[in-house]
Design a protein around this ligand. Structure first.
Ligand code: NAD
Length: 257
């Protein structure tokens, strides 16, 4: 029971990577607040999880992460229900190049705002117990994505933001990390509009299962040596860490993808 006594908050938890993460965290003994904009699926999913695990182990909090008040309420509700928050997984995301300003709001601004709220609610300096924030970026946050430039921008933003939040460890007792998965078998990938060449490229790279990404998120949640880390999850290399110029070990390792 790696997460016994921990309370996690996962956004975008109704399906896909978020749901796989919630399930794994429950299996490891955490209590989990599931936040999602899709109330119908979220309520049904949470009720299934309560039957499978325990009625007191999971709660659904309808949340549009782009709404500051709802985001704050998401933290308050979880703390009211379970007494604290110690793991925050900012996972909610969309891929919609047509509505790119909205996409930036969901994928980048909301993740930043939720990280700041995590610091507010979890920091040692405010009587909290500290903890860990895991932001779900993408390989599109490290490599350019010609078929999704605005999506890529939102995910690059999260990588830069996460890498710059290292002072949270010393000051607040909070590790902020991010994970960059390759293509993953979820509704987001299934509904992405791609040309046949792009689809061929996806098939050649391979497609991860959401459970593989959830395992990576669990590792970041439990590895207290990692703060500011950028974890990659790929079919070729599994779980790895991407090093940037200036990172300790960069010159000897030379980040590979
Ligand atoms: N699927 C992939 O290939 C892939 C690869 C790398 C990274 N990611 C990232 O992983 C994360 C999860 O994606 P997924 O593949 O599981 O997608 P998904 O579409 O299956 O799930 C996304 C969830 O986010 C929720 N959501 C969307 N907008 C929201 C909002 N405003 N407020 C609250 N919830 C909202 C949706 O209702 C849905 O339940 C995203 O951040 C995505 O960018 C996905």
């Amino acid at each position: 029971m790696l997460l016994a006594g921990e309370v996690a908050l996962v956004t975008g938890a109704a399906r896909g990577i978020g749901l796989a993460t919630v399930r794994l965290m429950l299996q490891h003994g955490a209590k989990v607040g599931l936040a999602d904009i899709d109330e119908t699926v979220g309520v049904a999913t949470c009720s299934e999880l309560q039957k499978e695990f325990s009625r007191n182990a999971a709660t659904f909090i309808p949340t549009d992460v782009t709404d500051s008040m709802q985001l704050r309420r998401m933290f308050q509700t979880t703390i009211k229900e379970f007494g604290k928050v110690s793991i925050v997984c900012n996972n909610a995301g969309v891929a919609d190049e047509q509505n790119w300003k909205k996409m930036i709001a969901v994928n980048m601004v909301a993740m930043m705002e939720s990280t700041h709220l995590a610091v507010e609610f979890m920091s040692h300096t405010r009587g909290g117990e500290g903890g860990v924030v895991i932001n779900v970026s993408s390989m599109g946050g490290i490599l350019p994505m010609p078929f999704g430039p605005s999506y890529s921008a939102s995910k690059f933003g999260i990588v830069g933001f996460t890498r710059s939040m290292t002072e949270c460890l010393e000051r607040d007792g909070i590790r902020v990390n991010c994970v960059c998965p390759e293509f993953t078998d979820t509704a987001m990938l299934a509904t992405a509009s791609m040309t046949s060449e792009q689809l061929e490229m996806v098939q050649s790279v391979g497609i991860l299962q959401p459970e593989q990404v959830a395992e990576a998120i669990l590792q970041l949640a439990t590895d207290s040596s990692k703060a500011g880390a950028v974890m990659t999850v790929t079919m070729k290399r599994g779980i790895d860490f991407f090093l940037f110029p200036g990172d300790p070990g960069y010159s000897s390792k030379k980040s590979k993808l």
